[in-house]
Write a protein that binds this ligand. Structure first.
Ligand SMILES: C[S@@+](CC[C@H](N)C(=O)[O-])C[C@H]1O[C@@H](n2cnc3c(N)ncnc32)[C@H](O)[C@@H]1O
Length: 291
């Protein structure tokens, strides 16, 4: 497995393009158009209310004002960037490394919304500086998370805010525990490494980012991984090679590898549930300000 993780790290552009060309429509059909978690206030709350409230909370945290420039990093299918553009006076840019994901994002049309094919690891090459930056549910794929934090900080204006919703691993896990649950999930999802909250805190400080708030959201997001597990079971019942072939994005020839990537999403969902239920995976909210 070590070689696979090194391959994910050293070939992250190709890895992500292929992964999301294979799984984008699968996730949209079995999970949601948003590839992030909803936070729930109580068991009875329905999904659309929970997503709406979660998005409002994230929007408020970013403090977008008239004329603010906003970038959503790893914007995926564009739903949250569209929400930001619809509910604020900001100029919103969504970037993503996957052309398949962007082909869906571009369905959203607004005068204050743009999308760009771009790598987070090269974010500092953009000729723009931002008042607000969002990165949700994608940090785990980054080949060097510390370098990414430093480059993100470089494109933030002083006083600008960063909202990072991170897939962290718990502090102090033994190698054997990681091997049993986290490594299989990382392998199926093309993840090179997972960071702890302490790792991020250290890199925020180094990059000149002041931590305003950090919240472990596991208790409020449990229903997401339970739902992911249930949908994986439903997907296994429905599964056929013909159906899998239909779900692959046609803009990138993936062949048999595309079918393999789709098949691997079913065990990934089981290991994700195990990882969260064991407390090894921590869904962590960080809100930061550039000094
Ligand atoms: C799980 S999805 C989350 C998408 C979106 N943030 C959402 O919550 O719906 C992960 C996204 O990260 C993107 N991604 C991964 N590595 C990236 C990178 N280095 N630069 C830009 N996008 C990246 C993938 O293409 C994919 O769209």
């Amino acid at each position: 497995m070590k070689e696979e993780f090194e391959w994910f790290r050293d070939h992250h552009v190709e890895n992500m393009e292929r992964m999301f060309a294979a799984v984008s429509d699968l996730y949209a059909e079995y999970w949601n158009d948003f590839f992030h978690f909803a936070t729930f206030e109580d068991e009875a709350e329905d999904w659309s209310t929970a997503f709406e409230r979660t998005h409002r909370r994230y929007l408020d945290a970013l403090q977008i004002r008239n004329g603010s420039t906003v970038v959503e990093l790893a914007c995926g299918r564009g739903g949250f960037a569209d929400f930001l553009a619809a509910n604020s006076a900001g100029e919103v840019l969504g970037i993503d490394i996957s052309r398949s994901q962007l082909s869906h994002a571009r369905r959203h049309k607004r005068s204050n919304l743009r999308f760009l094919h771009h790598d987070i690891m090269r974010v500092d090459e953009l000729q723009e500086r931002f008042d607000a930056v969002v990165l949700m549910d994608a940090d785990c794929y980054l080949p060097d998370k510390g370098a990414a934090v430093e480059r993100i900080a470089r494109v933030m204006k002083p006083g600008g805010r960063l909202l990072l919703i991170a897939w962290c691993k718990r502090e102090g896990l033994a190698g054997l525990q990681e091997e049993l649950v986290l490594h299989p999930f990382m392998r199926y999802w093309g993840i090179p490494s997972l960071a702890t909250p302490a790792y991020y805190r250290q890199h925020f400080a180094k990059a000149g980012l002041r931590l305003i708030e950090e919240v472990d959201l596991n208790n409020k997001t449990r229903r997401n991984w339970d739902f992911g597990y249930d949908r994986a079971i439903a997907g296994i019942r429905d599964f056929s090679l013909a159906k899998a072939a239909q779900l692959l994005w046609k803009g990138l020839p993936l062949g048999a590898d595309g079918i393999r990537l789709i098949k691997e999403q079913f065990p990934a969902a089981l290991y994700i549930k195990a990882g969260f239920d064991a407390g090894f995976l921590r869904y962590t909210y960080f809100l930061l300000e550039k000094k």
